[in-house]
Ligand binder design. Structure first.
Ligand code: M6R
Length: 609
């Protein structure tokens, strides 16, 4: 979490910093700040959004500056805790957590430094200042200081009298942007598209200096990293449209409606093929996937839900056991390692600290067959895994994950089919049928999106509710979980997802006229069972909102509202059924007037534990 931008350029960099922060606001939006050299240090900070900071910065000019948008960890969101933090003419912005900040703070207090915030970041500023007493320059001081830090960080440091800005990363993302009139650094490429497409992804342990006319990088071992031999220059393929809102009101809305294109782009690599090659998952995949006898999926949040759907597919199609674990639980529990197991990490951002740590943990336990399913190339999770499948959803900016989820499902279905094929459980006809169904998904999702007006009408009835239940069965149970997560995340209505058969074991006690019950009712083998569960709700006066298929034998009646999806979609039905739930949450949030793209207390990339 938190976003960093740094710039040293011939142009006025203040608008660049503000625009960069605006692009990074998805990473945190509790407060924002910047430090400029003019040539003495000028610091501006504000609580709340970047727009507030932009008002303060209006009219400022500078050629050196660092900027930050914060997601609070240590210390409440307030101006005194907003970055940059300073120590006598030196300013620091930081993304991450310094775990040993208490000891360092004690030591620095004893040395006479005065702290004015509750953050861990201020320790870095004073530590670098202190180290400067015995270091030849800022670059050397940063290298010596970070050697004393425990935890994850990306930092940018500037100091009065210095021509460059020094940046460093360890466990949090940071890249350099090479411009024609200067050089830049940021937490992600979207922040720098305004000035350059030429990016260098820093590696863990790198310390770099950006100056107006050059950059230099020293790797973890202390040797200079050569550009481009050691740190290649990537030409970003992101287009400005990818990160613009266009005619949409919110990014979440845009991203929901982008799902047909996102799915088509993700599936582009299978083209018109009738058969799949394991190479889809990387050059080492044929060897690594062969002989896989079980799968362990690790993920958080929405990505965890896509893993839960995949478990149904993998066990049904490939006939091999699949377990799905919340990454933050797996990494700390004593588990039984299985070196033959395929470990699949699912992440939109590729940065989620818990997911990354869980993969490292699995590897440390001897499980080397690792596959990342991820939306961000060059991200930490992609680099950590031996194999990769990149979803091509494009940048997902709304905090609520939508198109990342459906593209993850497409990738996971490809994995299930690949494993089924390797297990000898799929005929050529069955494989071709699955691929045809996948290819038809963008069209099928487009038809579901056309239900928006009816869903919008339903949404109005939820706005005054405090709670909601989501029910599903089989591979739609994870979709119920996902629907509940979407609703609570952006509309702040307490919602729970349940397997419908579990209702009578407790949650039925909650059902009354004030508890809307949303049910996913595809026309599959479990429909009759589900209908019995719905009767249990209706008999207790519960108001039912049913998302059925065109041919599901479920009828609207008093207290039972039914909306029909255009077609039943077999195994891939969860990809379709999640879409109306995304739209429902979106429209409930609109009615409630919440901040759809930046819900309270959350951030998009969760790079802290
Ligand atoms: O980037 P990731 O997919 O690893 O993120 C995992 C979760 O933080 C994320 O899915 C979160 O639950 C979403 N905000 C849900 O909409």
């Amino acid at each position: 979490m938190c976003g960093i931008v740094a710039a040293v350029a011939a142009r006025n960099i203040v608008p660049v910093l503000i625009e960069g922060l605006t692009r990074l606001e998805y990473r945190g939006y509790d407060s924002a700040g910047l430090a400029l050299l003019k040539p003495t240090l000028t610091r501006l900070r504000s609580v709340g959004r970047v727009a507030e900071l932009a008002l303060q910065a209006n009219g400022q000019t500078a050629h050196h500056g660092i900027a930050h948008t914060r997601w609070a960890t240590h210390g409440v969101p307030s101006e005194r805790n907003a970055h940059p933090h300073v120590s006598a003419g030196l300013a620091v912005v930081h993304n991450g957590i310094i775990e040993n900040y208490v000891e360092l703070r004690r030591e620095l207090l004893a040395a006479g430094y005065v702290f004015t915030s509750d953050t861990d970041t201020e320790v870095i500023a004073h530590l670098i200042q202190h180290t400067l007493q015995s270091a030849p320059d800022l670059f050397a001081a940063v290298r010596l200081a970070i050697a004393r830090l425990t935890g994850a960080y990306a930092i940018a440091v500037l100091r009065e009298g210095d021509d460059g800005i020094v940046v460093a990363r360890h466990g949090a993302p940071l890249l350099l942007g090479l411009g024609t009139d200067g050089n830049y650094a940021a937490s992600d490429a979207a922040a720098l598209l305004q000035v350059t497409r030429r990016m260098i992804y820093l590696e863990d342990g790198d310390v770099a200096e950006i100056r107006g006319d050059a950059v230099r990088i020293v790797g973890a071992g202390g040797t200079a990293a050569r550009v481009p031999a050691d740190r290649p220059v990537h030409e970003s393929t992101l287009s400005a449209d990818d990160v613009e809102l266009g005619d949409y009101r919110h990014y979440m809305q845009k991203e929901i409606f982008e799902q047909p294109q996102a799915l088509a782009a993700t599936l582009e690599m299978i083209g018109g093929a009738q058969t799949l090659s394991p190479n889809l998952f990387g050059v080492a995949a044929p060897e690594m996937l062969s002989g896989v006898r079980s799968v362990l999926i690790l993920a958080c949040g929405t990505s965890y839900h896509s893993g839960l759907v995949a478990r149904y597919w993998i066990e049904q199609l490939a006939g091999i056991p699949c377990s799905v674990e919340i990454a933050s639980e797996y990494r700390y529990r004593v588990s039984v390692p299985n070196p033959e197991q395929l470990v699949v990490a699912i992440s939109q951002s590729g940065e989620t600290a818990d997911t990354l740590a869980s993969v490292k943990h699995a590897r440390a336990l001897g499980m080397g067959r690792t596959l990342a399913i991820c939306n961000v190339p060059e991200s930490a999770i992609v680099r950590e895994c031996a194999l990769r499948f990149l979803t091509r959803a494009g940048p997902e900016i709304g905090v609520a994950s939508t198109k990342a989820f459906t593209t993850q499902l497409a990738a996971l279905f490809l994995l299930a089919v690949t494993l089924a094929k390797q297990a000898g459980r799929l005929s050529a006809e069955q494989e071709a049928e699955h691929l045809a169904a996948l290819r038809h998904l963008p069209v099928a999702v487009q038809k579901v999106l056309a239900l928006e007006p009816e869903i919008k009408a339903w949404a109005a009835r939820f706005a005054d509710k405090q709670h909601a239940l989501f029910l599903g069965r089989g591979h739609h149970y994870p979709i119920a979980l996902e629907g509940a997560l979407k609703l609570k995340e952006i509309s702040y209505i307490h919602a729970e997802g349940y397997p419908a058969g579990e209702l009578k074991h407790g949650p039925l006690a909650l059902v009354d006229k004030d508890m809307p019950v949303i049910s996913i009712a595809p026309n599959d083998a479990l429909l009759e069972k589900l209908k019995s569960n719905l009767k249990e709700v209706a008999a207790r006066g519960g108001e039912l909102y049913v998302f059925a298929d065109a041919d599901s034998a479920v009828d609207a009646e008093d207290g039972v509202h039914v909306l029909r999806l255009p077609e039943h979609y077999g195994l891939l039905s969860p990809v379709l059924h999640v879409v109306p739930l995304q739209l429902l949450s979106y429209h409930v949030a609109l009615v409630k007037g919440t901040d759809v793209d930046k819900p309270r207390n959350l951030a998009k990339s969760v790079t802290v534990e």
